[in-house]
Design a protein around this ligand. Structure first.
Ligand SMILES: Nc1ncnc2c1ncn2[C@@H]1O[C@H](COP(=O)(O)OP(=O)(O)OP(=O)(O)O)[C@@H](O)[C@H]1O
Ligand SMILES: [Mg+2]
Length: 632
């Protein structure tokens, strides 16, 4: 069986255990062998000495036939340990024979052949005459058990010593080798997983410490390299972004120039055509008055008149496209324009042409006013709605909606919409959509996918585009196979419409000179909010950053703070509020933001801030929320 040893620690332990076991085994063998040998030798020496002693002691007794002495002597021999057999004999007979208990009846040859005994025989000589023989046998039993006992003792002792060595080596290597190595390994792993600022233990002075220091130095270098690489990447990304942005802007500029040029041309043609057309449109009318009812000329002249009227419509579009011709502007509300259009004869006709299309509206009741030309906006709306219903094959829905939108940062889209307050007119449909390729050109005059001259002249969106330029507005178009959304951004105004009165009784939310601090980084927003609050009877103070607000409240207590949430140049609204409540615990505040309710808003509210209002502000909304918060 092969098994893989993975760590140095395992390998070290395994090697240590193997070496120590081998040493232990060798030592044991040597020790046991030596012990065995010396005991055996000792036994032999004892037997030889005893034999010699016996031969000497018995020589004269044998010569004199002193059997009694011999018998006593042999008996006394058995005082010696290990002696198992002793006998003395002359040439003719055995004089005395003695055996250890349990071996009765055995003779010398038995002991000689058995491996459990060692034997010795010697001649007894008296004055150079052999007078008899001595036979002795000693048992190995005792020394065998001695050997076993000694071996066990020796092995146990060795085992103890070796275990002590093993444990010492293990503890030392663990402390000075494995633990530093493991810690280094952990650091390396953590670094490999991307945590570049992992601490490396460089405390010790030994080789591992040196390795750790080198490694740490290497990490510092890598960190420096990574940082400069990140910086470089960041710079490259920045350049790329700028390059892309530039290209986009260039295309947009080119597009705008092209449209302007085409508009100018269309406008020029329209002026000339307009003069020519007046003859074609007005003369048939005069002619018809003079012609008798049954004249065969009436029909062709009527056709001429109708064609002239159609041409006049086209010319009117062209004139709209030629900018600067727009009629006077007034304060108006997009909701009114939408309502008026949807109630017009043109729209009812459209509904009859597209019976399967449903027309829906979602109008913001607090929509801010704009400055514009109602007739142009109506035309714009009509063109969008006509296009939307033409894009729907079969059943579908065209939705017209209006909403206030405050942009804290520019909105990137078809046009780049600048920051500010807008009233947005949205026309969306679930029709066939516009391909990206066409999307680039749809606003060009005469660009149409419909059969030129029959169902479309391609002037509809050109009118939309030019009207929006005229209104300093922006267009955003999004389209997919699921449908198209046109969003028109009209800059708002705080002026009232000519016939517009106060909507709700102001008394419901009038203030009584309470002091309110407006915090907003946009000057126009600051002015609007201060204006509204003053109008409502409050004393309004304004600062343009969170930092200024904190300074302000240090010395001036205020009843309420109207706090902008997003202020990119400094600390945001939530951070500002966090600091302010340290100075004025329980400070009342209202949060304003152009965005939908964000996490930051929630956090500020958890800290104690009150209601959130969405920008752009409507007087009534601000009034009600301020009143509610102050009365809390
Ligand atoms: N909502 C829409 N869905 C799909 N395609 C659209 C939509 N709006 C415009 N288009 C595409 O843009 C093209 C240009 O529209 P535009 O209104 O300028 O001209 P037209 O509708 O073709 O003609 P006209 O409006 O002068 O009768 C259309 O031909 C159509 O292909
Ligand atoms: Mg159209």
């Amino acid at each position: 069986m092969r098994f893989r040893i993975k760590s140095i620690r395992q390998r070290f332990t395994f090697a240590l255990a193997t070496v120590i076991t081998a040493i232990m085994l060798i030592f044991s063998f040597i020790l046991i062998g030596y012990n065995n040998n010396s005991l055996e030798k000792d036994l032999c020496v004892r037997l030889t000495t005893l034999t010699e002693l016996t031969v000497k002691s018995l020589s004269s007794a044998l010569w004199q036939y002193n059997f009694e002495y011999i018998s006593d002597y042999i008996d006394s021999l058995f005082l010696y340990e290990d002696l198992a057999f002793a006998s003395v004999s002359t040439k003719s007979k055995t004089i005395k024979k003695k055996l250890l208990q349990g071996f009765e009846g055995k003779d010398f040859s038995y002991f000689k052949e058995s491996p459990k005994f060692i034997t010795k025989e010697a001649a007894v000589v008296y004055q150079k005459v052999v007078v008899g023989k001595v036979f002795l046998a000693m048992s190995r039993e005792r020394i065998n058990s001695l050997i076993v006992n000694n071996s066990v003792l020796a092995i146990s002792l060795l085992f103890l010593i070796i275990s002590a060595i093993f444990i010492t080596i293990y503890i030392l290597s663990r402390k000075y080798l494995f633990q530093p190595l493991t810690s280094l390994e952990n650091s390396a792993r953590s670094i490999a997983e991307g945590r570049l600022d992992t601490q490396i233990d460089t405390g010790s002075e030994d080789e591992i410490g040196k390795l750790a220091r080198t490694f740490s130095q290497m990490m510092q270098n890598i960190k420096a390299i990574t940082a400069s690489r990140d910086e470089l990447n960041h710079e490259i990304a920045g350049h790329k972004r700028a390059e892309k942005e530039k290209k986009k802007l260039e295309t947009k500029l080119q597009r705008a120039r092209k449209m302007e040029a085409m508009g100018l041309m269309a406008g020029g043609v329209a002026h000339d055509l307009n003069n020519i057309l007046s003859g074609i449109v007005s003369y048939p009318e005069l002619l018809l008055m003079d012609l008798p009812e049954d004249s065969p000329l009436r029909k062709p002249i009527k056709t001429i008149q109708e064609s002239g009227m159609r041409a006049a419509d086209v010319v009117e579009d062209l004139l709209t496209i030629a900018r600067g011709v727009a009629t006077g502007k007034e304060v108006l509300n997009l909701n009114t324009v939408v309502d008026e259009y949807l109630d017009s004869a043109e729209h009812h006709k459209l509904e009859r042409i597209h019976p399967l299309s449903a027309f829906k509206t979602e109008l913001d009741s607090e929509l801010l006013n704009i400055t514009g030309s109602a007739s142009h906006v109506k035309k714009v709306l009509m063109n969008l709605i006509v296009n939307a219903s033409e894009a729907i094959e079969g059943r579908g829905t065209v939705t017209v909606s209006t909403i206030n939108r405050y942009l804290d940062e520019p909105l990137k889209g078809y046009d780049d919409v600048r920051t500010g307050e807008y009233a947005v007119l949205r026309v969306s449909d679930n029709g066939s959509g516009i391909s990206p390729k066409d999307l680039d050109r749809i606003f060009e005059p005469f660009y149409t996918k419909k059969e030129m001259g029959r169902s479309g002249t391609g002037l509809g969106l050109a009118v939309v585009w030019n009207s929006m330029q005229d209104h300093n507005g922006y267009i955003n178009v999004k389209s997919s196979e699921k449908g198209t959304v046109f969003e028109l951004y009209f800059p708002t105004t705080r002026e009232k419409m000519a016939d517009e009165g106060e909507q709700a009784p102001l008394e419901n939310y009038l203030g009584h000179g309470e002091k309110i601090l407006v915090v907003d980084d946009e000057e126009r927003q600051m002015e609007i909010a201060s204006g509204i609050l003053t109008r409502l009877g409050y004393i309004a103070e304004a600062v343009s950053s969170g930092e200024d607000a904190i300074e302000y409240v240090k010395t001036n207590p205020v009843d309420l703070i109207l706090l902008d949430m997003v202020m990119p140049k400094g600390i945001n609204g939530r951070e500002t509020y966090e600091e302010i409540i340290k100075i004025r615990p329980g400070q009342k505040a209202i949060i304003a933001s152009g965005y939908a309710k964000t996490k930051e808003v929630n956090m500020a509210q958890e800290l104690g801030a009150g209601k959130y209002i969405k920008k752009p502000y409507a007087l009534e909304k601000v009034g009600l929320v301020v009143k509610e918060e102050l009365e809390k």
